[in-house]
Write a protein that binds this ligand. Structure first.
Ligand SMILES: [Cu+2]
Length: 146
């Protein structure tokens, strides 16, 4: 259990206005867009250590004109993604944004996303609270197969 606590305490943010908001985020990464592409995806884990559910309603970043919460489903064997207007982080629970599931969609990315090491994302909750999570920018490496 101690290991878990250490991982999640890596990045902890709390609001000044709402003492009961206790959210931590970890492993927040965004892929640098493939050259020529205007869109990319971000992944992270978010834990609600508080006693009330937290509902994310928006995300903003200077690195991208539009940020949307997306999810995937399977339709006749075809993976399809769709927008989620809200993402609930239940009290005491961790929600994982990962490949093939929930993800943060960066649409119309700014050039800074290619050169930056970190980009800040500001999340806003239904209760009007907000907090910032830094996302590490991961560049795609060209793989050589032998
Ligand atoms: Cu998407």
């Amino acid at each position: 259990m101690k290991i878990l606590v250490l991982i999640f305490s890596l990045v902890v943010f709390s609001s000044t206005a709402f003492a009961d908001l206790s959210i931590s985020a970890s492993e927040a990464t965004v892929r640098a867009p493939i050259p020529g592409m205007k869109n990319t995806v971000g992944y992270f884990k978010m834990t609600n250590m508080g006693t009330k559910d937290v509902i994310l309603v928006s995300a903003k970043s200077s690195a991208s004109e539009v940020l949307e919460f997306h999810n995937h489903d399977m339709n006749n064997g075809v993976m399809r993604m769709y927008q989620e207007m809200e993402v609930k982080i239940p009290a005491g629970d961790t929600i994982v944004f990962e490949s093939g599931g929930l993800h943060l969609m960066f649409l119309k990315v700014e050039p800074e996303l290619n050169s930056a090491k970190l980009v800040d994302v500001l999340f806003t909750t239904k209760s009007g609270d907000s907090f910032t999570v830094p996302f590490e920018v991961h560049k795609l490496k060209v793989k050589h197969h032998h």
